[in-house]
Design a protein around this ligand. Structure first.
Ligand SMILES: [Zn+2]
Length: 124
């Protein structure tokens, strides 16, 4: 069986150990069950949340995503608009944050689990 790439598994929000099981019960872009992470991998049985409130630390990564979004929006508006006004920044940032909220929340947990969770890829 071909070795699955870690990046592909990360972007697909798959289990870090087998790279097949899903981390979330719904799609990563869904607004439903925003805070829910599967307790165990349905394929290999790896425990995604080794301790209570494990994903609390993911909020730092989520914060970094938000800051990155704000910097991107500010730069884009400064480049694209000749005389930008304050409301342009504010509405774009608010809309961008709401639109990307499921992605930022879920991928902050995925990145956190891949970085801090002690699950290593075991091959297939
Ligand atoms: Zn697994």
């Amino acid at each position: 069986m071909p070795n699955k790439s870690g990046m592909k598994a990360l972007f697909g929000a798959k289990c870090p150990q087998c790279r097949e099981g899903n981390l979330f019960p719904v799609s990563v872009i869904s607004y439903r069950k925003l805070s829910v992470v599967n307790k165990k991998c349905s394929v290999c049985g790896a425990v995604f949340s080794p301790e209570p409130d494990f994903f609390y630390g993911a909020m730092y990564i989520s914060y970094a995503f938000s800051v990155a979004l704000i910097i991107t929006v500010l730069t884009a508006i400064n480049v694209l608009v000749t005389k930008p006004e304050l409301w342009m920044y504010l509405t774009t940032i608010v809309i961008g944050n709401i639109a990307l909220m499921p992605l930022m929340l879920r991928y902050s947990k995925v990145v956190y689990l891949y970085l801090v969770g002690k699950l290593k890829y075991r091959g297939a």
